[in-house]
Design a protein around this ligand. Structure first.
Ligand SMILES: [Zn+2]
Length: 238
């Protein structure tokens, strides 16, 4: 990872083991900078700091403190009280609103998989239903021993292995067991073509506006999603 990438990740990520702040330090033995946990340098992995709604969607609303429990927050979301609904109502790729029948079948599909659509556990991407990252995180957090999920930009060797161009984004996600051993990983790529590609139907528009707007985050999400699919094989129930 480049020094600038490490400094940037201090702001957006925390330690995947203890959720402590990250710091960039100079490793005199290896003569390189390293991004490490500020509490314990033996901790492995970086996790993007979840938003308030992501904590609820992932079954960790208890971390918010205050009067609400995870159950009460889920209840609010289910009843759609105020703005507390995390239901996905647009196609995530095109930002187009879903039609009522599509939404209804998405909800049924999600519930049959043991997921909670009102927490954003299922989504539509280019017209097809998928389990969202938050849906997989929710299932992971239900496990007796959840996997620690971490993400990082690809290093130079990995970028070479995946034949990435200078303007392509590449991320690696790693899933560790309780002992800190990597049990699975995922890769995520957003290519320059995809970032800059224009819609065939409407050349004024980008083909994938979300990828265009946040290519780095998209690559990271794809790596997380691929990893979570390996760790939590929900699709077998489809
Ligand atoms: Zn830590």
């Amino acid at each position: 990872m480049k020094y600038e990438e490490m400094r940037a990740m201090e702001q957006t990520h925390v330690c995947a083991v203890c959720e402590g702040s990250l710091v960039t330090v100079w490793d005199p033995d290896l003569s390189i900078h390293a991004l490490v946990c500020g509490k314990d340098r033996s901790h492995q992995g970086y996790q993007r700091i979840p938003s308030v709604s992501q904590l609820v969607a992932r079954g960790q609303g208890y971390k918010l403190g205050g009067p609400h429990t995870q159950e009460s927050l889920e209840d609010l979301a289910k009843r759609g009280v105020g703005k507390v609904s995390l239901m996905v109502v647009d196609d995530l790729a095109t930002n187009k609103p879903l039609e009522a029948p599509q939404l209804t079948s998405l909800i049924t599909w999600g519930v049959n998989l043991g997921l909670k659509p009102w927490l954003g556990h299922v989504c539509i991407y280019f017209g097809k239903p998928y389990i969202s990252i938050d849906g997989y995180y929710y299932k992971n957090n239900e496990r007796e021993r959840p996997f620690a999920i971490s993400t990082r930009p690809m290093n130079d060797q990995e970028r070479k292995d995946y034949k990435l161009g200078e303007d392509d984004h590449g991320y690696i996600a790693e899933g560790r067991d309780r002992d800190g051993v990597v049990v699975a990983n995922g890769t995520g790529i957003a290519t320059k073509d995809e970032i800059e590609g224009k819609s065939k139907r409407d050349p004024e528009q980008f083909r994938a506006p979300v990828v265009h707007g946040h290519p780095q985050r998209m690559a990271e999400k794809r790596a997380e999603w691929q990893l979570l699919r390996k760790l939590i094989p929900l699709e077998e129930q489809e």
